[in-house]
Design a protein around this ligand. Structure first.
Ligand code: BTN
Length: 314
């Protein structure tokens, strides 16, 4: 390993040795391992797996997500940041990504545990030309995109639970939250937030029965940079297929629904409890033409509109 003196670094950067020391301390606080001090010179030991734009952007080149990537070491919620920015005119394709969230939002009343540098906490701004009801297809497509990216990088084949939980061995490792600003017939902008558990080695009591990470399911750690780039590329593929032109929109939605049904062991024949209308039980019977889950109950077929589903007895 090369040792570079503080004086040489200061000369190269056109600054003082004490300023170099300041930079080194700053890099160390970000997780970059640098040995040495001003008297002995510095030695770079390892660069951490940080989701910095410098690393992610080149890998996401050619997608709508490679232009504007906002990175946070610590933030309340990337969805909140992206929604605020979108309200101020942030363009489609902007990405908000964090190492840690202190107020990660989940669906409904839930929060999203966002341990520092263990997962991918990412939100993208989209401006699809669709009505609010049609965004369900985007949400289903996002689940398919996560599944494809995870399979590409890790070879793990994930399951999908309507509308867009992504599971391994029956436990959730990825959740997707769509928030939007819309008129009754037109979406102004939409934020698609993805929380992906990558290198978590454990979860708090109460969560460990339902939550997992890629690391826990494969007994090894994974590069978050590689996964984040694969995810953005896969999202780009799914989103472009969905929004080519209004004439083919129906065909594209029908294809998403068919692919979701194929990829999800939950789409048909699963006994579930639906967390909606005070809760009810039934057996899943595929998705309807708009992407809503159909559940056969004692009183007939019901469509799940907003709630999630939980498995019972299987
Ligand atoms: C769910 O409840 O399943 C959805 C979880 C979504 C979590 C992600 S993490 C990145 C983005 N920012 C948030 O505050 N939430 C989403």
């Amino acid at each position: 390993m090369v040792v570079v003196s503080g004086t040489k670094l200061a000369d190269e950067l056109g600054t003082s040795r004490s300023a170099v020391w300041g930079f080194v301390q700053q890099l160390r606080s970000m997780g970059v391992q640098i040995a040495g001090h001003p008297a002995t010179g510095y030695q770079l030991k390892s660069v951490p797996d940080l989701l910095l734009p410098e690393f992610v952007k080149p890998l996401a080149k050619g997608t709508i997500f490679a232009e504007r990537l906002h990175h946070y070491f610590r933030v309340g919620s990337t969805n909140a940041e992206a929604m605020n920015a979108a309200a101020r005119g942030e363009p489609e394709g902007s990405v908000f990504i964090a190492e840690e969230q202190t107020a990660g939002r989940g669906r409904g009343v839930h929060s999203w545990l966002s341990e520092k540098s263990a997962g991918i906490y990412c939100s993208v701004v989209l401006r699809p030309q669709v009505a609010p009801a049609e965004t369900l297809a985007i949400s289903l497509a996002a689940g398919l995109a996560v599944r494809a990216a995870v399979q590409e990088v890790t070879s793990l084949v994930a399951d999908l639970r309507w509308p867009n939980d992504v599971l391994l061995a029956g436990k959730k490792f990825c959740g997707i939250l769509i928030e939007m600003n819309a008129e009754p017939t037109r979406v102004r902008y939409l934020v698609l937030g993805i929380g992906l558990n990558v290198n978590q080695s454990c979860f708090p009591k109460g969560l460990e029965q339902e939550a997992t990470s890629l690391r826990l399911e494969s007994a090894r750690t994974w590069s978050r940079v590689e996964l984040a780039a694969a995810l953005l590329k896969s999202l780009h593929r799914e989103y472009s297929a969905l929004a080519p032109s209004r004439t083919s929109a129906h065909t594209a939605i029908a294809q998403i629904i068919r692919r979701f049904e194929e990829a999800s062991s939950w789409a048909r024949g699963r006994r579930v409890r639906v967390e909606e209308d005070g809760g009810y039980e039934g057996v899943t019977e595929g998705l309807d033409a708009s992407g809503f889950l159909r559940v056969r109950t004692a009183s007939g077929i019901r469509r799940v509109i907003s709630g999630g589903v939980r498995g019972i007895g299987n």
